[in-house]
Design a protein around this ligand. Sequence first.
Ligand code: XMP
Length: 326
Amino acid sequence: DWDASSIIEDQVAKIREQVGDAQVICGLSGGVDSAVAAALVHKAVGDQLTCVFVDHGLLRKGEVEQVKHDFVEATGIKLIAVDAAEDFLEALKGVSEPERKRKIIGEKFIRTFEKAQRQVIEEAGAKGAEVKFLVQGTLYPDVVESGGGDGAANIKSHHNVGGLPEDLKFELVEPLRTLFKDEVRAIGTELGLPEEMVWRQPFPGPGLGIRIVGEITKERLDVLREADAIAREELSKAGLDRDIWQCPVVLLADVHSVGVQGDERTYGSPIVLRPVSSEDAMTADWSRVPYDVLSTISTRITNECRQINRVVLDVTSKPPATIEWE
Ligand code: XMP
């Protein structure tokens, strides 16, 4: 019989013992793992923890506020938020090739995170304290997986927010190392974290950057953010959140098709809905979302996003297709 509050107590004691009175850094991605890991460490050592959040401008609607306001309010965590959206856009200018996008986003992320870390280290140093630890939201399945070769890594280079910069050496604090995702969610709930964060479905580190097929621009990101928010809202209204593993919403920015909107001919881009069911993302099947839910999403997207005049459904399993389009 598994009990969230006793796991929390255990972990808090372990963290205190490991960390002592040293300073700790944690990178937040907007996802559940880093949020729960940070909240646990904060519960254990309070203001010895500083969280760093790099906003790369590729998160979904509401997610930046969730981290910067809701999460901070729920936990009282000390947060350094870096708004790097323009920097990332600049670095991604003219780039359409998926692997190049991933590489640029991954490298830029690490450099930005590292800069913020150095700032934390300097500030602590000025007060005579030393930053010795880095929190990672590693889960049990990650521990098991990293024992063997990750076949998926050969297909797409996965970038995980919060990666360890090579020349900054910290000791790791990994309070979720023995836990599965559902247990992490239970702990997050028990710790009072915002529900949207606790129940967030898998979302890739490079974010919306790999859900725009074509060049990433501010305008395209805004359109995609809106369409994605509509899809998420309607799927969750229909009670499908927990049946669907995740539902990437993809903008085919370089594809145009003819439409008629408000008595006018339009030449807009399509949005792809990619709802999938899966156990572990290694394989997946396309979700049989009820037609009326799809219909509402389609109508709302074409009404509320003027640049979109067509919504299509991806009915491919994995394999042969991957879950994300890039
Ligand atoms: P694919 O598209 O390879 O995705 O079928 C499998 C799962 O991994 C997520 N994904 C990523 N996660 N960094 C991540 O942290 C990445 O670069 C990345 N690429 C894909 C994807 O959303 C799905 O859950």
